[in-house]
Structures are given as structure tokens and as C-alpha cells.
Design a protein around this ligand. Structure first.
Ligand SMILES: Cc1ncc(COP(=O)(O)O)c(C=O)c1O
Length: 418
């Protein structure tokens, strides 16, 4: 059975076709199942003529919005004449994309790269580098309630428990206010228990999927210090936070750390499938020919898109723009909170916020009523995170005027949330 919306004949027909033809395991649940016909800037249009302001960036991917003229033009320019995919061929473009990334990242430990085709593959490759570099170590340390992907080692270090007996989870600051000493003690105990067996520590800058929990800077700095003092590779999973999301080009700049490996994905190529691990040369070089190869990693299209995205970030000062509109976005939700006390908390930074609603049922209603909107104009949200947290991650190019337009819709639309 597919989701149906009244007065959406075209959308309902496509939803039914999906239910018949495509396994539902492919998507995560959204109460709207939006059927998109066109996308431009920060707007999406459905097949039934609804216009929506996108508060998702397609799950933090289309950070520059849709059909961005400079991005599209540069993509074409960079890949001109090249095959779309160049597996096991070398191109000047891939060298150029990598060099530009390293230059933009400008962090002493980020020296070399390994491309991947998805975030979870990138995480897997990052972890492999550490395991190959230190073959006698088997313990994988991860921060609890993180999300690193659904496959392989990335899945093993996701969440709060693991089928992999080598994984150890440590606490990440969430609701409870714990003193720094609590986290220090946990790390000290871990070292006492496992000493030279620890192969890596992986964390996310902020917990995204767990409901948007953004830690104090000292937390990541503490993890880094512990890793560096014991020669343990410190892996920062920036699959969703990279390329401007937190108000800096990279979240390690926001949190003022220098990881040994950083995994980038999602917004890295503004919609082309691309991910990359960037890190210490001795780690990256621990993998020999073929040990991290796969058909689509570092495709021509991906590398062209990365170069095009970097052009736009530089020429249009996208990060500066995020810093300018960030507080405007938070203030918009604060305004809604005054009117709708079912909004329990607003957490976030840059242009990534979690808006916590009091119950899962009401959170789903918020998503639905935002979609129905007013006069065929709505706001597009994903299904709630951790059951009741609305993820707010509009394209980074959204203007204050467009944000105001969205908040105006929400002020009216959420009157119908019971
Ligand atoms: C922090 C983080 N790491 C890894 C992943 C996995 O990326 P992918 O879905 O491209 O495999 C995600 C995806 O949401 C993510 O948010």
C-alpha cells in the first residue's frame, strides 16, 4: 500500500507504481513521499503543481540548490570530452580535484586521498586504512549513537551496540550535562582495558541522525588529544557536515581539530555520487593496489562536480553567506516556538538544525502540514529523525527572504497540527 494524498492524481499514480515496482527498503520513511517534477534554486515542484521550499537539500546533498547555473556550466566544462567514468584510467581531472580539495582543506594531517562512491564506502575505506596500517590492532572505538552508514564496518560502528565484537562505544554529549571529567575517565578506562590494541576512533562532528546534537568544542578536542597521545588515528566523519553546512567549509574547522582522516560525502559534489577519504599519507598508503578499488569511485562526473562546487563556494562566498543567514534561520524557528509550544527544542549551527517536537505523532503532522502548506505553496521536510526531530537543512544558498517565505507558510500551516 502506498501513501496517497487527496487531489494528487499524478503523484498518487507514481506512488502506486513505486509500491508495485520498487522495494520500499530503498528509501527511509517520509510521510509525504513527495513526487518531484522540477527543481530550481531552493524550490521543488511536484507533479501535481505544488511548489515547496526545500528544507532538506535532498538529505544534505544539493547544498548549492538545484540547477545552479554556475555549477552546471562548470561541471560541463570540467568533464568536456572525458568518459563519464574512468575506472582504472588516470585523468588530469581527478588529480586536479584531489589537489584542490587538499588545498581547500589545508590541514597538516590531510595529505592524500582515496575516492569512494558513497559515504558508507568512504567510512569503510577510512577504517581499512587504519586497520592495514596497524595490523596487530583490532579494537574499533566509536562515539555512541553516531550514524556512519548501513554497510560493512560503517554499520558496525553505527548506533549504540554492534554485532562486531571488536567495537567499543564511548559517550557523546547529548541531553545530559556531564562534566568533562566524565568523558576523560571513560577514555582513560578504555586505554587501560585495551592499550595497544586500539586501531582507530571514529566520530561525527555532531550527531545528525540521532536528532541533531552538537557538542561543545572541548569534546572533540579531548578525543583528538587522547588519540594523538596514544597514536590512534582520529577519524572525523564529515559525510553530512562537509562543504559549508556548519558555517565553515569543514566541520573540523568549526570544532578546531586536526583529524588524521576526514570522510567527505553528500554535499561534496552537490548531487553527483561522490565521497572521499582525506588523511595522513602513511594511513592512505597502507592500502595496496586494488584493496580499496571499486567501479564508480572518483568518476569523471564526480570529480567534475567537486571542482565545480569548489568554484561556486569560492566565487560566491557561500560559507560567508551561511554565517549571515544562520541566526536568521534559528530566529525563525524561535518565532514558531513562541506560537507553537509543541516545539520543545531547537539545536544546531550553520544551516543544520534539529527542531524537536513533543511527540512522534505531532512531528509527522508537522511534516505533512508543511507539505500541504497554503495555496499550493509548502515547505519540504524529511521524515523526523529519532522519531520526533525535524531536520532543517536547506540549500546553503537560501536567502533571508526565502527563509521568511518558508516561515510564513509554517506559521499558518502548523495551525492544523493537532
Ligand atoms: C555522518 C554520515 N556518515 C555516513 C553516511 C552514509 O553515507 P551514504 O548514505 O552516502 O552511504 C551518512 C548518511 O546519511 C552520514 O550522515
Amino acid at each position: 500500500m502506498s501513501i496517497e494524498h487527496v487531489k494528487e492524481p499524478a503523484g498518487n499514480a507514481i506512488r502506486q507504481a513505486y509500491a508495485r515496482l520498487i522495494g520500499r527498503g530503498q528509501s527511509t520513511y517520509t510521510p509525504t513521499e513527495i513526487v518531484v517534477k522540477k527543481a530550481k534554486g531552493v524550490y521543488l515542484w511536484t507533479v501535481d503543481g505544488r511548489k515547496l521550499i526545500d528544507f532538506t537539500s535532498g538529505v544534505l546533498v544539493s547544498n548549492l540548490g538545484y540547477a545552479h547555473p554556475r555549477f552546471e556550466e562548470r561541471c560541463k566544462k570540467y568533464r568536456k570530452g572525458l568518459p563519464r567514468n574512468a575506472y582504472n584510467m588516470l585523468t588530469e581531472l581527478q588529480a586536479q580535484a584531489t589537489q584542490r580539495l587538499l588545498k581547500t582543506m589545508a590541514s597538516p594531517r590531510l595529505q592524500k586521498a582515496l575516492w569512494a562512491a558513497s559515504g558508507s564506502e568512504g567510512v569503510q575505506k577510512a577504517m581499512w586504512t587504519a586497520l592495514h596500517r596497524y595490523p596487530s590492532r583490532n579494537i574499533l572505538v566509536a562515539t555512541r549513537y553516531g550514524f556512519h552508514g548501513k554497510k560493512g564496518l560503517a554499520a558496525d560502528v553505527t548506533g549504540e551496540s554492534s554485532a562486531n565484537p571488536d567495537v567499543r562505544f564511548i559517550s557523546f554529549p547529548m541531553h545530559e550535562e556531564r562534566p568533562q571529567a566524565f568523558f576523560e575517565n571513560e577514555l582513560a578506562d578504555l586505554w587501560t582495558a585495551h592499550r595497544d590494541q586500539i586501531a582507530l576512533l571514529i566520530t561525527e562532528p555532531y550527531l545528525g541522525a540521532a536528532g541533531s546534537f552538537h557538542p561543545p568544542k572541548w569534546y572533540h578536542q579531548l578525543l583528538q588529544e587522547w588519540c594523538h597521545s596514544h597514536d590512534i588515528p582520529f577519524i572525523f566523519d564529515e559525510v553530512q557536515s562537509c562543504f559549508g553546512r556548519t558555517g565553515h567549509m569543514f566541520a573540523y574547522q568549526t570544532y578546531e581539530v586536526e583529524p588524521d582522516l576526514v570522510v567527505l560525502g553528500k554535499g561534496l559534489a552537490n548531487g553527483e555520487p561522490a565521497a572521499v577519504v582525506v588523511g595522513r599519507a602513511d594511513l592512505i598508503d597502507a592500502l595496496d593496489y586494488g584493496e580499496a578499488s571499486d567501479t564508480f569511485s572518483g568518476s569523471t562526473m564526480a570529480c567534475a562536480a567537486v571542482c565545480a562546487a569548489l568554484d561556486v563556494f569560492e566565487e560566491e562566498e557561500v560559507v560567508k553567506h551561511v554565517q549571515k543567514v544562520s541566526e536568521h534561520c534559528r530566529a525563525g524557528f524561535r518565532g514558531l516556538q513562541r506560537e507553537y509550544p509543541f516545539i520543545r527544542a531547537i539545536r544546531g549551527e550553520g544551516l543544520v538544525f534539529g527542531v524537536e517536537i513533543d511527540t512522534p505523532q505531532r512531528a509527522n503532522q508537522c511534516v505533512l502540514q508543511a507539505y500541504y502548506g497554503t495555496h499550493k505553496k509548502g515547505v519540504h521536510f524529511l521524515g523526523p529523525l529519532a522519531k520526533k526531530v525535524l531536520r532543517v537543512s536547506p540549500p546553503l544558498v537560501i536567502t533571508k527572504k526565502e527563509l521568511d517565505e518558508a516561515f510564513e507558510v509554517l506559521h499558518t500551516a502548523w495551525k492544523l497540527v493537532g
